[in-house]
Design a binder for this molecule. Structure first.
Ligand SMILES: NC(=O)c1ccc[n+]([C@@H]2O[C@H](COP(=O)([O-])OP(=O)(O)OC[C@H]3O[C@@H](n4cnc5c(N)ncnc54)[C@H](O)[C@@H]3O)[C@@H](O)[C@H]2O)c1
Length: 438
């Protein structure tokens, strides 16, 4: 990953009472381009726009300090605008070093007055200094995409935890981590599992990840998907979306799984299901989407075809064992084409890794389409409002209230011009009764 020292142009002075600067972005000169991109995305985000307008009237977040650790993209910028319109003081950092859109980060600072700490390609130290900068602003509500901010809040910044009313978690991997913390009695703040809302994972993980993962692979490699053998590891929400989109483009899709029910579902959906060790020998393109580690590992690389593409769409860059691949490769050629590194194996074959094994849809494309993020982020905004208004929230992982889900889906349907039937009084009574049978 490139270091940021040479790239960074803007390092403003530190804030009073804090070692963190007011913001840290690549180049404020990009702000106008970022503004245009944010406004373009806004046109595809009718649900969030309607929430922003209501928030501006009602100010439900007044008095809250909202620290967000999210992918800094134009869709996220529109979520941050809605939260600010709701009266919150908002500040943000990146949840992934490779997903930051530098023009959007610049626009957030320059055009929307939202302190932002995010530079595309930032190294690990910079990444964590940005998370710290957000926590040093003492948030009362946090938002996370992978639980990195909350993890830091529980370790280095534990003294701040009692001021945090709640944290929203956007992704599967983060929710798994937070549930593990709750089970161990280690969780110190209430968390809302936004990821688990149907208005999030059904649409974002499935349709968003499905389309954008293929988009990332095509942008990085230019490969013809039709006729390719594609292995999708994991048949969860993301895997289902990826597999169905790959099939739609004409690929021969193989699924690998560890869960018998998901494996059966994949088989009945018409995909070949096999062990990775068998799939490794026949695939042209590998896509991991499991949330697990070393799904592609030392036992698989040597079996792969010459020229195979390896990509990951799971949250962390651990699904492909990059350390093993790097240590054992005879030669590594970086950027043989943009975002693609060639690993020359000891058996003489070459495999190509996309986006350094990080989220391929963000590293090699632009993440999810705005229409999909509209629903996830509408749910984020309304869950924040719910948490801000709550008198007391128990310290545990909370589900998103069903009324929020229904409102988000209803507004989205209205925006799409779709009408649906409603239950008659007679039907409601029938569905609630147990006495009437055949
Ligand atoms: N790329 C993106 O933009 C994006 C968006 C949403 C979620 N995610 C991430 O994608 C990952 C998957 O999310 P999801 O919502 O589909 O999760 P999920 O829990 O619904 O599905 C994961 C599936 O992987 C399977 N699995 C686990 N270990 C495996 C292994 N070793 N081999 C094969 N299968 C295995 C599980 O049995 C499960 O069926 C998570 O890390 C999540 O955070 C990425």
């Amino acid at each position: 990953m490139p270091t940021t020292a040479a790239k960074r142009k803007v390092v403003p002075k530190a804030r009073a009472n804090s070692s963190a600067p007011d913001y840290d972005v690549h180049d404020l000169g990009l702000a106008e381009a970022g503004r245009k991109r944010i406004e373009w995305a806004d046109k595809q985000m009718p649900v969030l726009r309607r929430i922003r307008e209501r928030f501006a009237r009602e100010l439900p977040l007044k008095g809250q300090r909202l620290g967000a650790c999210l992918h800094i993209t134009c869709e996220t910028a529109n979520l941050l605008r809605a939260l600010k319109a709701g009266g919150a003081e908002v500040f943000a950092c990146a949840s992934n070093p490779l997903s930051t859109q530098d023009d959007v980060a610049a626009a957030l600072v320059d055009q929307y007055d939202i302190p932002t700490y995010a530079i595309h390609g930032e190294d690990r130290d910079t990444y964590y200094s940005h998370l710290r900068a957000v926590l040093e602003r003492h948030p009362t509500i946090t938002m996370d995409d992978g639980a990195d901010l909350v993890s830091l809040l529980h370790t280095e910044y534990a003294s701040l935890a009692e001021r945090v009313k709640a944290s929203m978690e956007e992704t599967t991997t983060g929710v798994i981590r937070l549930r593990a913390m709750a089970n161990d009695g280690a969780l110190k703040i209430p968390v809302v599992a936004v990821n688990d809302a149907q208005t999030k994972h059904l649409f974002d993980n499935r349709y968003g990840t499905g389309q954008s993962t293929l988009d990332g692979i095509i942008r990085a490699t230019g490969v013809l998907v039709a006729g390719s053998v594609i292995v999708v590891a994991g048949y969860g929400y993301c895997g289902r979306g990826i597999a169905s989109r790959a099939r739609g483009l004409g690929a021969d899709v193989i699924v690998t799984e560890v869960d018998p029910i998901r494996a059966l579902e994949a088989a009945m959906d018409g995909f070949r299901v096999m062990k990775m060790i068998d799939a490794a020998k026949v695939a042209d393109i590998f896509i991991t989407a499991t949330g697990d580690k070393h799904v592609l590992s030392s036992i698989h690389f040597g079996l792969m075809r010459d020229g195979a593409f390896l990509s990951n769409s799971g949250h962390f860059d651990v699904e492909i064992d990059m350390a093993y691949l790097t240590d054992t490769a005879k030669k590594v050629e970086k950027n043989v084409t943009r975002n693609v590194d060639a690993y020359h194996l000891s058996n003489g074959r070459v495999v190509y890794v996309l986006g350094e094994g990080r989220l391929v849809n963000l590293a090699c494309a632009e993440g999810h389409p705005a229409q999909v993020m509209d629903m996830s982020f509408a749910t984020q905004a309304m869950a924040s409002e719910w948490a801000a208004k709550a008198k007391h929230l128990e310290i545990k992982v909370h589900e998103v209230p069903v009324e929020i889900e229904q409102e988000v889906a209803g507004v989205k349907l209205a925006a799409m011009g779709i009408k649906l039937d409603t239950l008659t009084a007679e039907q409601k009574k029938y569905l609630a009764s147990w006495e009437s049978g055949t």
